[in-house]
Design a protein around this ligand. Structure first.
Ligand SMILES: [Cu+2]
Length: 316
């Protein structure tokens, strides 16, 4: 269940773990790998029952396949929610994926303020966590989980934190960023409709970091959110700690596929020195890489680095 990756098994592996395969863009070229058969032969014959919802990226729906994400009133310093099941009652049993029964990811609608936290489950099915909503804004909260006996799922809900809203412009695309004294560089650009490698390389004080610590069963966790609708992609590394081939840095490679051309914000969680750090990147995917057939002929021109196609965003 935890060995994602390898090109061939990638989409299926993600379906097995997070059920976000629809988000990874298997839109046109084959039957969607959905309703996650966990053994790698997600049969097209059984994959169509959800209709168009099967083809949506994760996190766009508050209710899917009978499960609904319901925020619960909570003190200002806490965030609480339930997952209502097909019978309308709160779900109380979950499978563990990446060491946790529930992964809660939040980001503002302007893609600022990303946090990835792990709430605690009360016996009545209420999940609670010290609020990750760091200040006013329109937030999107994603619950990434697998109900026991059900399929992995990512549901999303909007949450407003009142106060003075300051829209933050999306940072310009860049291939290097710093966080907590670490420099992280990004190699590769995700391509719509196909799997391509993304490598993130961590250094500190000019020295490669070669002793990354496993965090939730991996040397890195990568979430990508699409600008405009916050479609959610959770991508896992190509290789896991202890598999005999994956080294603890400085490079962590992911196999990623995005559902469309556009701007994405990438959030890399990695652990070093006993702490989790989050490096963020803006990437803009074009229609096609050089020398390849364009999967989206009507899409924007390839690369160029600028946040093209978005009126009013050429200033940085
Ligand atoms: Cu998590």
């Amino acid at each position: 269940m935890r060995t994602v990756t390898r090109l061939a098994g990638f989409a299926v592996g993600l379906a097995a773990i997070f059920g976000t395969t629809y988000g990874i863009g298997r839109v046109v070229d084959r039957a969607p790998v959905v309703e996650g058969r966990h053994d790698g032969d997600a049969a097209p014959a059984t994959g169509e029952r959800g209709g168009t919802a099967d083809r949506l990226p994760g996190g766009l729906l508050v209710s899917e396949r009978g499960y609904t994400l319901e925020p619960v009133d909570a003190p200002a310093d806490e965030f609480a929610f339930r997952i209502a099941g097909p019978d309308g009652r709160p779900v109380t049993r979950y499978d563990v994926a990446h060491d946790k029964q529930m992964h809660l990811i939040v980001a503002r609608r302007d893609l600022s303020g990303f946090r990835h936290v792990h709430p605690e489950l009360a016996p009545d099915g209420t999940w609670r966590v010290d609020t990750p909503l760091a200040g006013p804004g329109q937030w999107r909260a994603f619950a990434d989980f697998a109900p026991t006996g059900g399929e992995p799922l990512t549901l999303g809900v909007d949450v407003t934190v009142p106060g003075e809203l300051t829209e933050r412009p999306l940072p310009a695309p860049a291939t290097s960023t710093t966080v907590d004294g670490y420099t992280v560089t990004l190699t590769g650009t995700p391509q719509p409709g196909r799997t391509s490698p993304l490598t993130l390389t961590v250094s500190r004080d000019g020295q490669p970091v070669t002793d990354l610590e496993p965090y939730l069963g991996a040397y890195g966790h990568l979430v990508a959110l699409r600008r405009g609708d916050l479609a959610y992609l959770h991508v896992h590394p190509d290789g896991t700690p202890g598999d005999g081939r994956t080294r603890p840095g400085p490079a962590v490679t992911f196999l990623a596929e995005v559902p469309s051309a556009g701007s994405y914000r990438l959030y890399l969680d990695f652990q070093h020195g006993g702490r989790v750090h989050t490096a963020e990147f803006t990437v803009v995917t074009g229609g096609a890489p050089t020398g390849a057939a364009a999967p989206t002929p009507s899409g924007p021109a390839p690369t160029g680095g600028a946040d093209h196609g978005t009126p009013g965003h050429g200033h940085n």
